[in-house]
Every structure is written in C-alpha cells, then in structure tokens.
Design a protein around this ligand. Structure first.
Ligand SMILES: Nc1nc2c(ncn2[C@@H]2O[C@H](COP(=O)(O)OP(=O)(O)OP(=O)(O)O)[C@@H](O)[C@H]2O)c(=O)[nH]1
Ligand SMILES: [Mg+2]
Length: 165
C-alpha cells in the first residue's frame, strides 16, 4: 500500500480533496467549529484528526492521508509524516509564500521526502494570477491549479499521483 500525505493550511481544501478521491470510502474527522468567545457553533467544520481515503488504480492501492490544518494539531503531522510515497501541499491561491514554505520545510525533514512524489496544489484557482504563480514556483515544486470541491479534477489528479508512485 502506497501512502500520500495531503497537508496544508487551515481551509485549504484538504478534506474536500481527500473526500473526492473516492466518495465511497472516505473516513473523515470533521467537527463543527465554535466561536471561541460565545462557544456557539458557527456553521462550518474543521478537521480534528487524520482522514483517509483509498484508491485502487494502475494495479496499485493508494492511501491518501489528510492531516488537520490548524497548528494546534501539529503533533499529528509528526505521526503521519513517518513514511510516505507522495505528498501534496494544498495551498490556497490567496495564501503567501511563507505559509507554503512552512509546510514544505516541515515535511522535507522526513526521510521519505527525498524520493516522494511532490506537488504544490494551489486551490481556489479562480483567484490565481500570473504573479502568484511565479511566486509559488520559486519553491521548486511542480505546481497544479485545482478546485478540491470538483470531484472529477480531484479524481484525475489522484489517478495521476497513483500512476507515478
Ligand atoms: N470555491 C472554492 N471553495 C473551496 C476551494 N477549496 C476549498 N473550498 C471550500 O473551503 C471550505 C473548507 O474546505 P475544507 O476541505 O474543509 O478545508 P480543509 O483544508 O480540510 O480545512 P481544515 O481541516 O479546517 O484545515 C469548504 O467550504 C470548501 O468547499 C476552492 O478551490 N474553491
Ligand atoms: Mg479538513
């Protein structure tokens, strides 16, 4: 079984991505978000654990592992980071280089990183512009633009990843 880590900042679309890899097999860990002052639910959800999905493609079985984006869950990143064959950095187009670099620096410390398939997946593609693309390309990773809520494009990218690892 091959493993692909899906990481990135809060609200980047990681859960949407992992869910759309294979809608029948998704195991999620989302919880309602609270307003920290009133402690009332604000109608959105956030990931509080590891979420997984499985894809069989090109004779391979691939597990996609989404990790929570909020930094208070960073201990999970360490546990999941142990061994992986691929890593997808999901970065919203309105995010900045520093944010993207934080995740690249963090996961590049693991031994698996060197030989892993690496992709910078820029989400919210409709808000992307040429300058931002240039900035993100400076990280030296292949860049893809993708809306993780679009099932078909997620599936296509997941199959491409599966065929390359
Ligand atoms: N229009 C649009 N909406 C998006 C895109 N990516 C994510 N979203 C929306 O952003 C919200 C958050 O997406 P999630 O998939 O929960 O993000 P996440 O990275 O798992 O967030 P955390 O687990 O809280 O870190 C959802 O309402 C998504 O539908 C995108 O590319 N375009
Ligand atoms: Mg999530």
């Amino acid at each position: 079984m091959k493993k692909v880590v899906v990481c990135g900042p809060y609200n980047a679309g990681k859960t949407s991505f992992v869910r759309n890899v294979n809608r029948h097999e998704f195991l999620g860990t989302e919880e309602p978000e609270l307003d920290l002052v009133s402690l009332k639910e604000i109608g959105t959800t956030t990931t509080v654990g590891v979420e997984v999905n499985f894809l069989k493609y090109a004779g391979k079985e691939v597990m996609f592992v989404g990790v929570p984006g909020q930094r208070r869950f960073d201990f999970i990143w360490e546990v999941v980071g142990g061994r992986f064959n691929g890593i997808l950095f999901l970065i919203p187009s309105f995010s900045n280089l520093r944010e993207a670099k934080f995740y690249v620096d963090l996961f590049s410390q693991f031994d698996s990183y060197k030989d892993a398939l690496k992709l910078l997946v820029v989400t919210y593609p409709q808000k992307m512009d040429e300058h931002k693309l240039f900035v993100f390309k400076s990280l030296g990773l292949p860049v893809r633009l993708l809306d993780p809520t679009d099932e078909e494009s997620v599936r296509k990218l997941a199959e491409e990843v599966a065929s390359k690892i």
